[in-house]
Design a protein around this ligand. Structure first.
Ligand SMILES: N[C@@H](CCC[C@H](N)C(=O)O)C(=O)O
Length: 261
């Protein structure tokens, strides 16, 4: 089978994207998606997305991790897919798309940055000084010092595989506060089973946890290894969060054709 693919990245979180509005890629197997995401034998990416047609929406986002399994929401993926839709001629002031966690809105602002509205977060759970919450995907957040020197791979893998998070696992974020407007985040992603350069739902989770702890500003700049994102949100007296926006760059890297073995 011939695959016409597009490669995008958002702050270094990279994705293979397939235009599946005609349904031609409906039957890709887990092994085939894993192969396409393989950095040595395939194209190479943290995940693969299908842009599907969807009644009542501009498109549907279907997201697979690099291991080939369909997963939950991907924030950087949603931003990249919005830019892809624009490049494919789906031009809107406000995009409305449907993903596994429900409907989303997105906009491309005057600077060319993609703003993605995330689902509301009703609560943040605390245990032993760390936090868990769901921002469309499940996240564990740990505040640390000296993030640069932190062993994200080994500590992230250990937490991801804890009995408490089985069978689905969890993404693990390590966060250092830079100042009242800025935090730095490094993430171990399940399904990639490694640290990625950025994780949008993880950055969102980290910004909310930081506010939950420190209060400060409800507009936070987040430094990831792959670049800067920002997160804006409203907090409610009951401890929940709404009107959550993840904002940052999303770029086409290259396109190509590949024959699936
Ligand atoms: N990179 C993502 C998150 C992708 C999903 C994650 N690996 C999971 O399985 O939950 C993002 O930008 O949010």
């Amino acid at each position: 089978m011939e695959i016409n693919f597009y490669k995008y990245q958002g702050t270094g979180n990279d994705f293979v994207i397939l235009d599946n509005r005609e349904g031609v890629y409906n039957h890709l197997t887990q092994e085939q998606i894993h192969f396409l995401c393989d950095r040595r034998f395939g194209i190479g990416a943290d995940g693969l997305m299908l842009l599907n047609a969807a009644t009542g929406y501009d498109f549907e986002m279907k997201y697979y991790n690099a291991d080939g399994r369909e997963s939950t929401m991907c924030g950087n993926g949603g931003r990249c897919l919005t830019m892809f839709a624009y490049h494919q001629g789906i031009v809107r002031t406000v995009y409305k798309f449907i993903a596994i966690d429900g409907p989303h809105e997105a906009e491309i602002d005057a600077r060319g940055l993609v703003r993605l509205k995330m689902q509301d977060v009703p609560s943040i759970e605390e245990s032993s000084g760390d936090y868990t919450l769901n921002t469309g995907s499940p996240h564990y957040v740990k505040m640390v010092d000296r993030l640069d020197e932190y062993n994200v791979f080994s500590k992230g893998r250990e937490i991801r595989n804890q009995e408490a998070f089985k069978p689905s696992g969890i993404n693990v974020n390590f966060v250092e506060v830079e100042d009242e407007h800025e935090i730095a985040v490094r993430t171990y992603e399940r399904g990639v089973e490694d640290e990625t350069l950025s994780c949008g739902t993880g950055v969102t989770a980290s910004a909310l946890v930081n506010y939950h702890n420190e209060q400060g500003f409800n507009e936070v700049t987040v430094q990831t290894r792959g670049g800067k994102l920002s997160v804006e949100f409203d907090r409610h007296p009951n401890g929940g969060y709404s009107n959550i926006w993840l904002i940052g760059p999303a770029e086409k890297v290259f396109t190509g054709t590949l024959l699936l073995p």
